[in-house]
Design a protein. Structure first.
Ligand code: CA
Ligand code: CA
Length: 409
């Protein structure tokens, strides 16, 4: 009986197991292939990253590659660029830029790459704060493009010392920014008043990058850009919008107006007060000439080509919309230039017709102008751009108009 027991069910069961086994093998093979593909992709990505990190450009390669593309450059810190052909190797004045070279002893600025230090990098990589960085080898990543009219790298995205553990990337600071975080910038001045406030502000704002007179053209094309037409700038007194490219000395072109007239203290256009963009503005060549070196006061006759501008023999009155701007620029100059650094001590006074003395009047009128025309979006953006992009310092009276009355009660 048992011998005749039917077998087919057993063969069927074996068949079923076989089929299941085959399916299992096929599924396993697919998983293995997929895993292999994932591993291959990950490996090639890692290899690519290693390749990028392992082969930074030399400084001379970076100088030859000013294409705007983001690259990592390895070089030695050799100084603080302060102008196109000037790099401080000691006596550092700010934390706004560093120069890199392929040799730690390099002194030829044409063999250096100028690296901009945007806000988040300054405390760790600026030479004023960290003079011991001189001669250190570092890697910097960022777009290779001109800075200070010189081969450069702007807005770095990473900076690391060679041979050290990478420091975490600080939170990127978008530009323009600082209006909401100026309390840090003014930390040494907050809570002070009168002469103590003035002295603290001087100590803060004298930390700046000094531009050349040529760089002022480029700076003004940024700081005074027409908000409604990025190809144009706004002329301060006339209020006209004019093509950025139409600058120069010809009739109806725009040129660089010194709101603190350069003859008042006779500082000219050498790097210093004569190139400080905080008081330089685009203006029509003829109107600029009509303002000349007049002090500021109310009254006079209408000025040609300048609606709502007035002048007489010893003073000039601009249109209402920029009266406060003019006042705050003059007061910035007064606190920025206190007789140090080889420059005259610029001061506002109650006179008009100051001529070549380092004074500009009339203070009581300027104070009234500041109160009557508070800072607007254009003026605040301008201050931010000068801070972030050009000079690294701010006009305190745009950020804190109330400080005018504290310093000049
Ligand atoms: Ca204004
Ligand atoms: Ca002064």
């Amino acid at each position: 009986m048992l011998a005749t027991a039917p077998r087919p069910p057993l063969r069927q069961a074996r068949h079923v197991r076989h089929v299941r086994h085959v399916r299992h093998v096929r599924v396993s093979a697919v998983v293995v292939v997929l895993l292999a593909l994932v591993a291959a992709v990950a490996l090639s990505a890692a290899t690519a990253l290693r390749a990028t990190a392992a082969t930074p450009l030399t400084v001379s390669q970076a100088i030859a590659t000013q294409s705007g593309s983001s690259q990592t450059v390895r070089g030695y810190v050799v100084g603080e660029p302060v102008a196109t052909s000037t790099v401080n190797r000691s006596g550092f004045t700010g934390d706004y830029a560093i120069a890199l070279a392929d040799s730690a002893s390099q002194t030829d600025t044409s063999k250096m790459l100028y690296v901009q230090l945007t806000t988040q990098w300054r405390s760790a990589w600026g030479l004023k704060t960290n003079p011991g960085l001189m001669g250190k080898q570092i890697d910097v990543t960022g777009p290779l493009s001109a800075y200070f009219s010189h081969a450069g790298l702007k807005s770095p995205t990473a900076i690391t010392a060679v041979g050290s553990t990478p420091t975490p990337t600080p939170t990127a600071t978008p530009t323009p920014t600082p209006t909401s975080s100026t309390d840090t910038y003014y930390a040494a001045a907050i809570g002070k008043s009168g002469t103590a406030l003035r002295s603290a502000l001087h100590g803060i704002i004298r930390q700046q990058t000094v531009l050349t007179y040529d760089q002022v053209w480029e700076a003004l094309k940024d700081t005074d850009q027409d908000p409604n037409n990025s190809s144009n700038v706004i002329e301060i007194y006339s209020g006209r919008s004019i093509a950025k490219s139409n600058n120069g000395g010809g009739v109806d072109q725009w040129n660089r107006e010194h709101v603190w007239a350069k003859s008042h203290g006779d500082f000219g256009t050498a790097n210093g007060p004569g190139t400080d963009v905080h008081h330089l503005r685009p203006e029509d060549v003829t109107v600029n000439s009509d303002r000349g070196n007049l002090d500021f006061d109310n009254g006079g006759s209408a000025v040609n080509q300048c609606s709502d501008c007035w002048r007489d023999a010893d003073s000039f009155e601009p249109r209402d919309a920029v009266k406060g701007d003019v006042a705050r620029m003059i007061l910035y100059m007064a606190v920025r230039y206190e007789g140090g650094d080889g420059w005259p001590n610029l001061e506002p006074n109650e006179s008009v017709g100051n001529g070549t003395a380092p004074y500009i009047g009339r203070l009581s009128v300027l104070k009234a102008w500041s109160a009557g025309d508070p800072p607007d979006t254009f003026e605040k953006r301008r201050n931010d751009r000068i801070h972030v992009q050009w000079q690294g310092n701010r006009n305190p009276f745009i950020d804190h108009p109330e400080w005018v009355g504290s310093i000049w009660p």
